[in-house]
Design a protein around this ligand. Structure first.
Ligand SMILES: Cc1cc2nc3c(=O)[nH]c(=O)nc-3n(C[C@H](O)[C@H](O)[C@H](O)COP(=O)(O)O)c2cc1C
Length: 474
């Protein structure tokens, strides 16, 4: 992986390869233009937030936001997205979808069916996309383009959201009687269809068979969500959340270099109860493990995410197993280990639990309360015994002697990599969207990564997993 690194205000910032515009290559001009944009923004924040140059986490929370936003912007940079909007009540959500795609750097060209224009105005979509909105096949325009051909050819992906029962039926039957259906007939780009309709329409066997037919032909679908629909009915038929659609677009456009891998990831804290209402836990937010699950999914891996209690969305397409205590986490890991090719243990599992949890709530007494603790199951040791050819990645978080302790842990548990996390560095560790880690391998090599978005850290860890896997095949 090629990376451009700049030391800005004592904070090194990486721009991983996948964030750089592929068409232009990774030449100096490209990198420089990315960095100039970044530096101008960073200077702006420096002027307005002040400071001596060292960016302190709490003093400038916007810093990690800059990194996240820049990551997002570059993620879809230079991607041409044709967004088809059809005449369903969820058409208004296409405004948010357009906004989010543009925010992440995509060029969005909107095609609306005539019926879609009854639900939301082309002006709204034109304003949000910053591009002309196409509604008619036969309108004379100032250019010589045949729009359905030029749009079809320029698209990296065509997204139809919301997709009506009618439009899905037309595509499945090969009907091309308006600009959207004709563009879809003419494109060779991947097509992502997001149905949204009344639940009876969604259950209708004609729609089901149209979806099956199109899926078999390589069209991609997102399942509709469930809940209360605009028509007041309850059931499946809601347009997926626009953010989930964007995530799916990013997934489709990401190289599938982890295809064939089945990755088991643990994330979040565990809770060890000492009475029915109280527990001992830790500060883990689960963000690192969830970032790993998201990036592994995007890169084509089959992902099982075993998570302690956190409030994060499960990455689309990941198999989710929710647990609470260390012992539940152990059971879930042992149940799912068989099919896994890679195990990444990012969860912050409690080492100790109350030895005799009370059956009823402990009353506040006059004196002190002593709780005796016993060891929880040592999950990684058990995993290590069943490791076989699987690649095992662990995490270590220490307050002192980080490298020494991490190395000892890696050796004792037979890991292939350990990711060492130092507590107390600004922007690193629990709760943050960013992290500063060192990746250590069994030969003792230490790869020190600078402050990075957790998704980029995840990508780097997955790159290393892939290297180990490829070396094993050789
Ligand atoms: C108020 C209203 C809401 C509608 N919502 C939906 C919907 O959510 N999904 C759908 O498939 N059709 C819905 N329809 C029906 C479509 O508008 C209709 O099938 C139309 O022919 C779709 O045209 P299009 O696919 O060319 O956009 C709705 C109609 C009305 C009047």
């Amino acid at each position: 992986m090629h990376e451009a690194c700049v030391i800005m205000q004592h904070v090194p910032v990486y721009f991983p390869e996948r964030y750089l515009p592929p068409e232009q290559g990774h030449n100096a001009t490209t990198i420089l233009s990315q960095l100039t944009l970044y530096i101008i923004t960073a200077m702006f924040f420096n002027v307005f937030y002040g400071g001596s140059g060292v960016i302190r986490d709490q003093a400038r929370p916007s810093f990690s936001y800059i990194i996240c936003v820049y990551g997002d912007i570059a993620m879809l940079k230079n991607k041409n997205i044709v967004l088809g909007i059809t005449g369903g009540i969820a058409a208004y959500k296409a405004a948010e979808l357009t906004r989010e795609l543009v925010k992440r750097g995509a060029t969005v060209k909107v095609i609306m069916t005539q019926n879609a224009t009854r639900f939301i105005t082309p002006l709204t979509l034109q304003t949000l996309s910053g591009n002309p909105v196409y509604t008619d096949m036969f309108t004379l325009s100032g250019d010589w383009d045949i729009h359905h051909i030029s749009l079809a050819q320029s698209a990296d992906i065509v997204v139809v959201a919301p997709a009506t029962y009618n439009t899905i039926g037309k595509i499945a039957s090969g009907i091309a009687d308006d600009l959207l259906s004709t563009t879809m007939a003419a494109t060779k780009a991947p097509v992502l269809i997001c149905p949204a309709m009344n639940s009876n329409m969604y259950d209708n066997p004609i729609l089901r068979s149209n979806i099956d037919k199109l899926s078999a032909l390589g069209y991609l679908f997102m399942d509709a969500g469930s809940g209360e629909l605009a028509c007041k009915a309850e059931g499946a038929g809601r347009l997926p959340n626009p953010i989930d659609i964007v995530e799916e677009v990013e997934t489709i456009l990401t190289q599938k270099d982890l295809k064939g891998h089945r990755i088991l990831i643990t994330a979040g804290p565990t809770r060890e109860s000492f009475d029915p209402v109280r527990y001992i836990s830790n500060h883990s937010s689960g963000k690192m493990g969830y970032a790993l699950a998201l990036m592994a999914r995007r890169r084509g891996a089959d992902v099982t995410l075993i998570s302690g209690p956190v409030s994060l969305p499960v990455p689309v397409g990941a198999r989710f197993v929710g647990v609470s205590s260390a012992s539940e986490m152990r059971d879930a890991v042992m149940e799912h280990i068989e099919g896994a090719t890679v195990i990444i243990k990012a969860a912050a599992v409690a080492d100790y639990r109350p030895s005799t949890p009370a059956d009823s709530k402990l009353k506040k007494g006059a004196g002190r309360l002593d709780i005796s603790l016993e060891k929880t199951p040592d999950i990684i040791s058990e995993v290590s015994k069943k490791k076989g050819n699987r690649i095992l990645v662990g995490f270590a978080m220490e307050t002192e002697d980080l490298i020494k302790n991490a190395r000892a842990k890696m050796k004792a548990k037979g890991m292939d990599l350990i990711v060492a996390n130092e507590l107390g560095l600004p922007g690193s560790g629990f709760q943050h969207d960013t992290n500063i880690v060192k990746i250590i391998d069994p030969s003792g090599n230490v790869e020190e990564l600078p402050l990075m978005d957790k998704r980029d850290v995840a990508d780097r860890i997955l790159d290393r997993v892939l290297e180990i896997s490829d070396a094993g095949k050789g």
